[in-house]
Write a protein that binds this ligand. Structure first.
Ligand SMILES: Cc1cc2nc3c(=O)[nH]c(=O)nc-3n(C[C@H](O)[C@H](O)[C@H](O)COP(=O)(O)O)c2cc1C
Length: 249
């Protein structure tokens, strides 16, 4: 298992570098850190070829870049922009597709900002930086293992023990990166489980309500009330998993 960390900012020992170091510690593997600052990122330059070889050799890429002006730092953006032609293939219509070389590798994202945790939660200061990196890497067929955000960086020079623990855990995830098939199977089982539990709870609610009201319903009323309760529960559950669980702190 080869893991590389890629730092896209001007400081080597800033919060971005410190976040990456903690994740790399958690991997308990031999890792390599690349400071994009040291490379000529122009397409087809010698340096870019060197970087490309490192990316090909690594199983997990950890991209660490601060949020600048509400988006991804320029260095990381330039790196990804220049990589476009190397990590994607385009069909006749100009639509991008993954290349087998990079497909099914894994990635982790790290970013940070001066803004406070609450402001980031409400206005999503760091969302754009994460979205940009996600877009490039998922289009290239890589699989996401997770992400971490450090807010409030104007006031800190060191990471808190809590943040370090979160980052170490991410590193462990990188070490245990699963193959796509394993993940897919896991997701199918999770989905099957969620739908089964939803259906069971819906029937319980329906039966409870009818019992309370002392009513019985015909086929269509039964069906419509089932659908309404089922979809309400499903919407709340999906909202929980996709929004609440991914709140960016
Ligand atoms: C050019 C520039 C633009 C920035 N823009 C933002 C911003 O829009 N929002 C914010 O919260 N912080 C902003 N920051 C603060 C950075 O996110 C902060 O410097 C970073 O968290 C520190 O990471 P480092 O210690 O690794 O350099 C900006 C910093 C720089 C240098």
């Amino acid at each position: 298992m080869k893991i590389i960390g890629i730092v896209g900012c001007y400081k080597r020992d800033g919060i971005t570098g410190k976040m990456l170091n903690e994740v790399l510690k958690g991997t308990q593997q031999e890792t390599e850190t690349i400071f994009l600052l040291d490379y000529d990122l122009a397409p087809n330059s010698k340096d870019q070829q060197k970087l490309l070889e490192k990316l090909k050799a690594a199983d997990v890429w950890i991209l660490a870049a601060p949020t600048y002006f509400g988006g991804l730092s320029g260095i990381m953006k330039s790196f990804l922009d220049a990589l476009r032609a190397q990590i994607l293939r385009f069909d006749k219509k100009g639509d991008p597709h993954p290349l087998p070389t990079f497909k099914d590798k894994h990635y982790l994202l790290l970013t940070n900002c001066y803004s406070k945790t609450f402001e980031n939660l409400v206005t999503g200061v760091t969302d754009s930086a994460l979205r940009t990196m996600d877009k490039v890497l998922t289009t290239a067929g890589l699989l996401k293992l997770g992400e971490a955000v450090q807010t409030n960086t104007y006031f800190i020079t060191e990471l808190s023990p809590k943040k370090k623990a979160e980052l170490l855990k991410l590193g462990q995830k990188a070490r245990n990166a699963e193959k796509r098939d394993d993940q897919r199977m896991k997701r199918y089982v999770e989905l099957f489980f969620i739908v089964t539990v939803m259906a069971f709870i819906t029937m319980l609610i329906q039966a409870g309500l009818l019992h309370l009201l002392g009513q019985t319903l015909g086929f269509w009323n039964n069906f419509i009330s089932f659908v309404v309760i089922f979809y309400t529960l499903l919407a709340v559950t999906l909202h929980f998993f996709t929004v609440v669980k991914h709140k960016r702190k």
